[in-house]
Design a protein around this ligand. Structure first.
Ligand SMILES: NC(=O)C1=CN([C@@H]2O[C@H](COP(=O)(O)OP(=O)(O)OC[C@H]3O[C@@H](n4cnc5c(N)ncnc54)[C@H](OP(=O)(O)O)[C@@H]3O)[C@@H](O)[C@H]2O)C=CC1
Ligand SMILES: Nc1nc(=O)c2c([nH]1)NC[C@@H]1CN(c3ccc(C(=O)N[C@@H](CCC(=O)O)C(=O)O)cc3)C=[N+]21
Length: 362
């Protein structure tokens, strides 16, 4: 599909749409009058919620019947900052003790604007914690062999402890072939089939867990949200987010259901969930009426919606209709400022872990 249309979930009858060109990662703005009408959702007053907070980052979330129903915001940006601070200390301890600086290599192919932005952000994040970053940029029309050559160079480079091939790759390249070429010891994205296979198997440990799902679970842990024994629903089954998120939740002893594009009546399934992780790419798809009162919502979706008042002409929204969901859920991640910053923090964490493992540094 060359382009996708994104809708806005506001109570206004005019919804603004933005076309995202999947091929080159640019946004085309368009406006349309939409007949979209908000469904009435579970009323905020019907929602059972109260929040006990022991520290600003580790509140315990529990239920009572009196509170005004406004979900606790799970602040991924703040947690990610805390994690970066922890990593900074470890990186300098490692440098002082054994003289090794962790290194992350990023391979960017093509000129998608969104990919370039992500790669820039990763580079900045590396600098902020003292991780050395390496970058190879290849043109859109470069060959698969050239990418494989870069991967192989980084596999052999002792200064590089993590390798990330920015996705998506141009369509003429075989993504599987390229991801398989990344040394499993440096696969900080956790996309190598050996790492994913181990993640899926009982009693096996992957060397790396994919960053976005790992960030989702880390948020649940840091907010003391129990996973064990809970009903979890993952919306989306992609190799990079939905599928590994479901595997991770299962490893944490949740009972997991997966919703995808062929699922019938998804809202009936989500309404049963104590925890929802959504990674679809459809703005505001999950309405308040899809959510069980008191559920915890992790919104992975990052979707651009036209907003003339925003500096870039658009703003980012998640898969969850936030304004409805926060009246029903007990806790929710915002977009932006939720899972996104955690993805980058987990990438830094995986890179540090890799360097420690390679140099046998505890
Ligand atoms: N915050 C972060 O760090 C990250 C955010 N993202 C964002 O997360 C979202 C998902 O990304 P990604 O997993 O790569 O996307 P993909 O397009 O690879 O996968 C989307 C998944 O959603 C399912 N899906 C699509 N439409 C529907 C629908 N109407 N109902 C139910 N399921 C549906 C698809 O089902 P099927 O399998 O049947 O096609 C598929 O499994 C995007 O918005 C992306 O930008 C992605 C990576 C990191
Ligand atoms: N090999 C590979 N690994 C990835 O992990 C990978 C990838 N390819 N391709 C693209 C997706 C997407 N992704 C994001 C990371 C951070 C934010 C992020 O930090 N978002 C900010 C907002 C950023 C903004 O304002 O533009 C936030 O949500 O607050 C978003 C998306 C990683 N991905």
């Amino acid at each position: 599909m060359a382009s996708m249309m994104f809708t806005d979930c506001s109570s206004s009858t005019t919804s603004r749409l933005i076309h995202f060109n999947r091929r080159n990662g640019t946004f085309l703005l368009r406006r349309r009058v939409d007949q979209l009408r908000l469904q009435t959702t579970a009323s905020g007053r019907g929602c059972n919620l109260s929040i006990r907070s022991s520290s600003s980052l580790t509140p315990a979330i529990s239920a009572d019947t009196k509170s005004e129903a406004t979900a606790k915001v799970i602040d991924g940006k703040a947690v990610a900052k805390k994690i970066r601070d922890e990593i900074t200390i470890e990186v300098s301890r490692m440098k002082e003790s054994i003289g090794v600086v962790p290194g992350l290599a990023v391979i960017l192919v093509g000129d998608r604007k969104d990919s370039a932005t992500y790669v820039r952000n990763k580079k900045k994040a590396c600098e902020s914690v003292g991780i050395k970053s390496f970058e190879v940029r290849l043109s859109e029309d470069s060959s698969e062999e050239e990418v494989l050559k870069s991967v192989s160079g980084f596999n052999d480079d002792p200064c590089v402890h993590g390798i990330l091939v920015q996705l998506p790759l141009p369509s003429h390249m075989d993504e599987q072939n390229i991801l398989n070429a990344v040394s499993i010891e440096k696969d900080v994205d956790g996309f190598h089939p050996l790492n994913i296979g181990r993640l899926a198997m009982r009693g096996r440990e992957p060397l790396f867990v994919p960053c976005t799902p790992k960030g989702c679970i880390e948020l649940l842990h840091r907010y003391n949200i129990e996973i064990k024994g809970k009903r979890a629903v993952v919306i989306g089954r992609s190799n990079i987010v939905g599928m590994p998120a479901a595997l991770l939740l299962q490893r944490e002893d949740a009972t997991v259901s997966i919703i995808h594009s062929r699922t019938k009546n998804p809202e009936e399934i989500t309404r049963e969930a104590d925890i929802i992780i959504s990674a679809v790419g459809v703005p505001n798809m999950v309405r308040g009426s899809w959510i069980k009162p008191g559920a915890v919502i992790i919104d992975v979706g990052i979707n651009p919606v036209e907003d003339a008042s925003a500096p870039r002409g658009y703003r980012l929204v998640g898969d969850i209709c936030y304004e409805e969901a926060c009246k029903v859920a007990s806790a929710i991640t915002p977009v932006p400022g939720g899972v996104g910053p955690m993805t980058i923090a987990m990438l830094l964490s995986n890179t540090l872990t890799s360097a420690k493992r390679i140099h046998n540094f505890q």
